[in-house]
Design a protein around this ligand. Structure first.
Ligand SMILES: NC(=O)c1ccc[n+]([C@@H]2O[C@H](COP(=O)([O-])OP(=O)(O)OC[C@H]3O[C@@H](n4cnc5c(N)ncnc54)[C@H](O)[C@@H]3O)[C@@H](O)[C@H]2O)c1
Length: 338
């Protein structure tokens, strides 16, 4: 059985990927410091997968903890999710982002190197395309950054590329577009703390009545309805991409890939779809453009199809429906657990 270490595996994308990897027959260990995850997710994962969850509480910045992990099991590869991810916060506390995101990767890679483990899937992001002007986005476009967060992800991509010139690394870089939605069981999903930065968790809180209205930042962009375009991808499709990425690395096929649907969705499209899922017209108000937001981001997903045979299957309605079911279950404290 292929043994995989999942750093940040208790988080949003990590927990869904854990389920997909277990279903695909992988032996998975989670390493997470729970700085942005609820400990109860582990019980829910155990329930969902029908077996115990191998989990270690610790940081990717702790070299001793990593050495102990790699000594305990002969891992075949690592999926590295653990990172800080709030773009706004990264402009206020850039050093924290450099330490966790860049330092976390190099510490992890040093431990992997010492343990002779060379396969790694890295969580990158569409924000490495900076402020692009050519669409859809293909992987070979020039890269840049507009925030310390994006700078860390771009730097990590460069680190992986440079390291592979010296040692036999086999790297899968996945550039996620906008992951949304939840597992169909409604037992795991995105659980942001405080007021969410991102559109779908924000609308979800409006639908729950926790926030009064959705603010639509800008209706004068160069799009058909004037609101910004993004490429939303269901988190379970994203999880499937990780399974395929690992399978490719097991065959020795390194890759750098966009993981999106290729279908741009506007803020007002999302508002309409979520309103339909929640069964009422959710209140919204047009607000000025938000500094730092780009008008459009959507992928050309064709390389992922060629290299991994990956194609996103779930549509916007399913993204909204699964999110709505999850946030309601979450608000009720997962009564199915009692
Ligand atoms: N969610 C998105 O919109 C998105 C988009 C593009 C890329 N990404 C990247 O995908 C990855 C996962 O994102 P997510 O949305 O699941 O975030 P998340 O915050 O839900 O998950 C990250 C997990 O890492 C853990 N963690 C943080 N620092 C750690 C450390 N030092 N040691 C061990 N564990 C640590 C957190 O507790 C959390 O469980 C991140 O690298 C993120 O930058 C996310």
């Amino acid at each position: 059985m292929t043994r995989i270490l999942l750093t940040g595996g208790a988080g949003y994308i990590g927990s869904h990927t854990f389920v997909a990897l277990r279903e695909a027959g992988f032996d998975v260990t989670i390493l997470d410091d729970f700085s942005n995850a609820e400990p109860s997710v582990i019980d829910r994962l155990a329930r969902l997968t029908g077996g115990p969850v191998d989990v270690v509480r610790g940081s990717v910045m702790d070299r001793d903890a990593l050495d102990a992990l790699f000594a305990a099991k002969p891992y075949d590869g690592v999926v590295h999710f653990a990172a800080r991810k709030a773009v706004g916060e990264s402009t206020e506390r850039p050093l924290d982002y450099f330490e966790t995101n860049i330092g976390g990767l190099t510490t992890l890679m040093q431990a992997m190197r010492a343990a002779d483990v060379w396969r790694i899937v890295f969580s990158s992001t569409a924000t490495v395309y900076g402020e692009p002007e050519v669409f859809p986005l293909t992987e070979d476009l020039p890269l840049s950054h507009t925030s310390p967060y994006a700078f860390t992800k771009l730097t990590c991509e460069r680190i992986l590329e440079q390291a592979a010139r010296a040692d036999p690394w086999c790297v899968g870089v996945l550039r996620y577009f906008n992951p949304v939605g939840a597992h169909s069981s409604a037992m795991i999903g995105e659980d942001p703390r405080g007021v969410p930065d991102n559109l779908m968790p924000f609308i979800a809180k409006v639908a729950l009545g926790e926030l009064a209205e959705l603010q639509v930042f800008g209706d004068d962009y160069d799009t058909p309805d004037g609101t910004a375009w993004r490429d939303y991808i269901h988190v379970m499709d994203l999880a499937d991409a990780h399974v395929r990425s690992l399978q490719a690395l097991m065959d020795g096929r390194a890759h750098v890939l966009n993981i999106g649907t290729g279908r741009p969705i506007s803020v007002l499209d999302m508002h309409a779809a979520y309103s339909a899922a929640a069964g009422r017209d959710l209140p919204y108000r047009i607000a000025p453009r938000r500094p730092g937001d780009v008008p459009k981001l959507y992928a050309d997903p064709s390389r992922a199809r060629q290299v991994l045979g990956f194609q996103a299957k779930r549509d916007l309605d399913e993204m909204c429906r699964s999110s709505w079911e999850w946030v309601q279950a979450r608000a009720q404290g997962w009564r199915f657990n009692s």
